[in-house]
Design a protein around this ligand. Structure first.
Ligand SMILES: [Zn+2]
Length: 285
């Protein structure tokens, strides 16, 4: 079992899990192959662990999940020269998805490197399953770039973008800090100004990492309002300005904006849209 997870990755995932916002279908995106694989295994352990603080990483279920030998963890077979999931296997996935969990409360389907292993025709065939999954199912796709998946698949899934080992990009961190200052500011113009660097076409690639930084602070702020302590200054600032339902709305809008940024949307339009959505939550109470 070759499993290890950085504190950063673990905290990002725990923030999603503790906010109770884990969807039935999750896309884990990271440049780093091991980061995305181990993040998927972590979610897998979470889904099958039956201890109080999931994943405990100590019980038999967690160990079996991390070694991919848990009876409720399904990794589809790859076939052919291209090592892909063919149509026959996609039908088998449908059959497997109708089986009730055996030992755990959830059955987990893991699709490693889905951008390479699931050809578009098979992604298409799996759409209905992803859209209306049977109860107690978790689908996890790992990808280098989520934009390599069909947009119809992406729009039905929760995207979790993780950094590789190189840590958070300075631009992303700094811009996210300024956006947070803009959110807590009394002046609407501060928020618009903070979003401006993201309207530049050359910074399009930085949009998702920036939003990830912002999302992390929003999730920590939400946790703080629910009684989970944090030392993150941004989160503490946000928790003073926003109420729980407002944070949830901001998280939704931010997720939405990340999805939009991965289409060929005009970045000025996107940042204008984003600031108007945030303003609606913040100033038109
Ligand atoms: Zn466990």
């Amino acid at each position: 079992m070759d499993f290890s997870i950085s504190e950063n990755t673990k905290n990002t995932l725990l923030a999603v899990l503790q906010s109770g916002r884990l969807a039935h279908t999750v896309i884990i995106e990271s440049d780093d192959e091991k980061t995305r694989r181990d993040a998927a295994l972590f979610l897998c352990a979470y889904a099958v662990c039956r201890e109080d603080h999931r994943p405990c990483m100590r019980c038999a279920a967690c160990h079996k999940a991390l070694s991919l030998i848990h009876p409720d963890v399904y990794v589809p077979e790859l076939s052919g020269k291209l090592r892909q999931i063919n149509m026959e296997t996609s039908r088998e996935i449908g059959r497997q998805a109708s089986i009730i969990p055996n030992e755990a409360n959830t059955r987990v389907f893991l699709f490693f490197d889905a951008d390479k292993t699931i050809p578009p025709i098979t992604q298409n065939a799996m759409l209905k399953l992803i859209e209306e999954p049977p109860q107690s199912i978790l689908f996890v796709f790992t990808v280098k770039k989520s934009s390599a998946l069909l947009s119809t698949v992406r729009s039905r899934a929760q995207l979790i973008t993780l950094k590789g080992e190189e840590g958070v990009d300075d631009f992303a961190r700094q811009t996210a800090d300024e956006i947070i200052q803009g959110i807590v500011s009394l002046y609407e113009a501060d928020l618009l100004k903070a979003l401006t660097p993201l309207s530049v076409k050359d910074n399009k690639e930085k949009f998702a990492p920036t939003m990830l930084c912002l999302t992390e602070s929003l999730r920590l702020a939400l946790g703080f309002l629910c009684g989970v302590d944090t030392e993150d200054e941004n989160a503490l600032l946000l928790s003073k300005k926003l109420q729980k339902d407002e944070i949830l709305k901001m998280l939704e809008i931010t997720d939405d904006a990340v999805r939009k940024s991965q289409t060929n949307i005009n970045m000025t339009l996107l940042t204008t849209w984003l600031s108007s959505q945030y303003r609606r939550i913040l100033w038109q109470k």
